[in-house]
Design a protein around this ligand. Sequence first.
Ligand SMILES: N[C@@H](CCC(=O)N[C@@H](CS)C(=O)NCC(=O)O)C(=O)O
Length: 274
Amino acid sequence: MAEEVILLDFWPSTFGMRARIALREKGVHFDLREEELLSNKSPLLLQMNPVHKKIPVLIHNGKPVCESHIIVQYIDETWGPESPLLPSDPYERACARFWVDYVDKKISPGGRAALRLTGEAQEAGKKEFIEGLKVMEGELGDKAYFGGDRFGFLDVSLIPFYSRFYAVETLTGCSIGEECPKLVGWAKRCMQRESVAKSLPDEHKVYDFMLEVGDGSGPTLTGHKRPEFYKRQLSPTSKIKRFSLATETTLGPSPEWQSLTINSSHHHTETHQP
Ligand SMILES: N[C@@H](CCC(=O)N[C@@H](CS)C(=O)NCC(=O)O)C(=O)O
């Protein structure tokens, strides 16, 4: 019987990117279903992740797996044993998991605050993001990838944040390349992999999206729209429709939100070969 692999996803999500990269690393054929996360979660998402109601969700032959790091580990254990993402040594595996947990607790919230908040809270977010990246740079050392010569679990978990560097730099006025040159070198190395290049969205598109919407990670998005958002310029390539100031105080999804998510949605099946 043919396997059925579905990924419920949302294009700017760093968590979704992890699952995409891992599936592509393993050459798994999957059906990518883009959720209208901000306005209209699908019944399938609510059914498959009733606890958190969040993407990503991997549905393998009808059975859901939730939480990005758990999904990546499931993918690793299920497909392509000849090209493992996690180290075989239990201690090294524990270390890799520790660092992924650090990414989730420090880098992810720091980046989110830098992109979504203003003033001192934004500054604190930027500081946390960059401090976290510097710690990761120290952990990388002179290695090609975090696990050594092989692209692995920690690389999969951290590289999605590279798609936000441009937005963080532009919105907060910093240079991550100057702060963390080796880490940026590592990111460029990762981007040479087809699995990564195909899974990370264009950084300008991410910037435009963050400017208008935030990162899709919480129900506070509509409530937290900031006047400054509307004064900033979209990049020339932006296809994202601007919101009116009236949207700022709207607590539920407006027609604009819906059209935005519809514009950005897609649904395709891919047949990637490793
Ligand atoms: N810890 C989760 C986080 C997933 C998450 O925050 N997903 C966001 C998109 S980035 C989401 O689905 N948000 C919808 C909501 O909060 O209602 C993971 O690692 O998968």
